[in-house]
Every structure is written in C-alpha cells, then in structure tokens.
Design a protein around this ligand. Structure first.
Ligand SMILES: NC(=O)c1ccc[n+]([C@@H]2O[C@H](COP(=O)([O-])OP(=O)(O)OC[C@H]3O[C@@H](n4cnc5c(N)ncnc54)[C@H](O)[C@@H]3O)[C@@H](O)[C@H]2O)c1
Length: 281
C-alpha cells in the first residue's frame, strides 16, 4: 500500500525506540507515503534503542530531545525547521513512561515524585511540545498534531496504574490547546486511543498478555495492530481530515463501545458450572 498521501508534508516523529514501537511504524509508513520526517528520542533511547538505525534506513536525521526539557524542545523545533527549510506540517507524540509502573508501585501506594515524572513525561510533554512549536511558529496552516492514548483514560483497567491519570491529562491537553491552535492557525490536535499493542512500553503494564487477549476477544474487529495504528495516524496527518480536531479517536476494533460479548457471557457462566454441581467442594 504505497501511495502519495503525504506528498509534500513534513513532520517530527517522537518515540521510535525499536521495531516494535508504534512511532517506528508511523515513520516507515509516513516516508512510504511521501513525507519528509525528523526523528526524535531521548539521549538514553538513542544509546539503548535503534532510532539511529531507522534514521539511516529512512535517509533522515535524529535530533535528541528529552520531551520534558523546554531547552531541548526549542533546539529540536529550530533544528527541524532548519532541516526542512521552514515550517512543517505534523507532529507525532508517541511518548509514555511511568516510574511507578516500572518499580511495581501499587496505585494505592504511589511514590509522588514518580507520579510527577509519569505526568511530565507522558502528558505534560505533549503541552510542552505544542507550546514550543507554537512559540516558534513552526507548524503550517492546517497542520496536524497527534498524541497516542489508551482507553484507561475513561475506564479503570487494573494494572494501568498512574498512566491512566496521565492519559486523561493528555486527552484534555489535546482539547484545550486544540481550541487555541485551531483558531489561530487552523492547526488540529487529536489523540488516538489505541488497542493494547506489544511494544516495550506496552509490555511494562501489569498483566499485559491477559489484557491483550481479553481485548482481542472483546473487540468485534479484534485488536488494532501497530501497523494499523500507523495507517490511522497517516490519515490524521493528511488533508483528508482537515476538520477533525480536539478529539480522542478510538482505534481499537470496537472495544471501547462493548459492554459484554456473547462469548464473554458464555465464559462467565461456565465459571459457575463447577460450583453448581459441587456446591460443598
Ligand atoms: N503499546 C500499547 O499497548 C499502547 C496502547 C495505547 C497507547 N500507547 C501509547 O503509545 C505511545 C508509544 O508507546 P509504544 O507502545 O510504541 O512503546 P515504546 O516503548 O516503543 O515507545 C515509548 C517511547 O517513549 C520514549 N520516551 C520515554 N521518555 C521520554 C522522554 N522523556 N522524552 C522523549 N521520549 C521519551 C521512549 O524512548 C520510547 O521511544 C505511548 O504514549 C503509549 O502510552 C501504547
């Protein structure tokens, strides 16, 4: 599926760590569709991950930036404008990390310094990226900014921990800044709420394999893959979605609209059969 959907478009893609990363797949597909891109990730990710390998493959550059650091972000935006010879059209924020999840802290026993970090890295960095881009007047009219979210922003998923709070904030920032940037420059800002996907960040979530299996069975269309998420991101960068803004868009095979499926109901009932036949065992 190689077309020219993004012919003439330029953008920054944050968060490609390795081949599993959603951002990695977005970068590959964006270039296939004719976009010019600049990749960004932290210094540590550049050391431990494979972002530079991807840049080489896609014949582009990487500019290191910690997305919580305003100075780094300013240098990145200015560097990208230099590389592109002017303004650019899209940004993908594909960034998430929770020290509480990493260290196995229960939600009822959070470390608040860690919580600050979770919110700063996974949500406030979205605001910082957008604010820095706006101050540099970096994004062309009708440009598009996309962040990646998860349905735990709306509903409780045991194990997702303080990342749920971060995702709620991320989605709120898309609405609040979407209003301002939309009115001023017709720049749209949306989040995509993606199915569980096997990546480095995804696998950090407690009980991830069970969550993946549950949502696969509960979604009428099955889980959306990372490749499918990349395709959806591309539509939002393209001119086909110019009037879509301030939205959280579910890309999850229908999961978020399900309550109980027939299959889940049958499985649930089965779990009582043993008890009914042997009530005193
Ligand atoms: N994998 C899933 O199941 C899933 C589901 C829904 C949403 N998401 C979201 O998708 C996004 C991408 O995650 P992924 O699953 O591709 O995992 P990933 O681990 O491949 O990507 C996370 C990226 O965040 C980067 N990062 C961490 N701290 C940073 C910082 N301070 N500054 C800049 N970058 C930083 C990492 O280096 C990494 O590249 C995240 O927002 C994640 O929450 C993932």
């Amino acid at each position: 599926m190689n077309g020219r959907l993004l012919e003439g478009k330029k953008g920054i893609i944050f968060g490609a760590l390795n081949e599993m990363s959603i951002a990695w797949k977005v970068a590959e597909r964006a270039v296939e569709e004719g976009a010019e891109i600049v990749l960004s990730n932290t210094q540590m990710a550049l050391r431990l991950g494979e972002t530079e390998k991807l840049a080489e493959k896609l014949n582009t550059i990487v500019i290191a930036a910690d997305a919580t650091d305003l100075e780094d972000l300013d240098l990145l935006i200015k560097g990208a404008m230099k590389y592109f010879n002017g303004k650019f059209d899209f940004i993908l924020h594909s960034i998430g990390m929770s020290p509480n999840v990493r260290k196995g802290r229960h939600y009822s026993d959070l470390d608040y310094n860690y919580l600050d970090k979770t919110l700063d890295i996974s949500a406030i960095s979205f605001h910082k990226v957008i604010q820095t881009a706006r101050k540099n007047d970096a994004i062309s009219e009708w440009g598009s900014i996309v962040g990646l979210s998860y349905v735990a922003a709306q509903r409780t998923f045991y194990g997702y921990n303080d990342m749920a709070d971060a995702k709620s904030l991320l989605e709120s920032i898309a609405r609040s800044f979407g209003y301002i940037y939309g009115q001023e420059r017709h720049v749209r800002i949306n989040t995509i709420s993606q199915s569980p996907t096997t990546t480095t960040a995804g696998q950090g979530v407690k009980g991830f394999d069970h969550l993946l299996d549950f949502s696969e069975r509960m979604s009428p269309l099955g889980n959306a893959t990372g490749e499918e998420c990349a395709d959806y991101c591309l539509t939002l960068f393209s001119d086909l979605t110019k009037k879509v803004t301030m939205q959280n868009l579910f890309h999850d095979g229908g999961f978020s609209s399900m309550g109980m499926s027939l299959q889940a109901m049958q499985q649930y009932n089965k779990s009582f059969e043993y008890d009914k036949e042997h009530p005193f065992d």
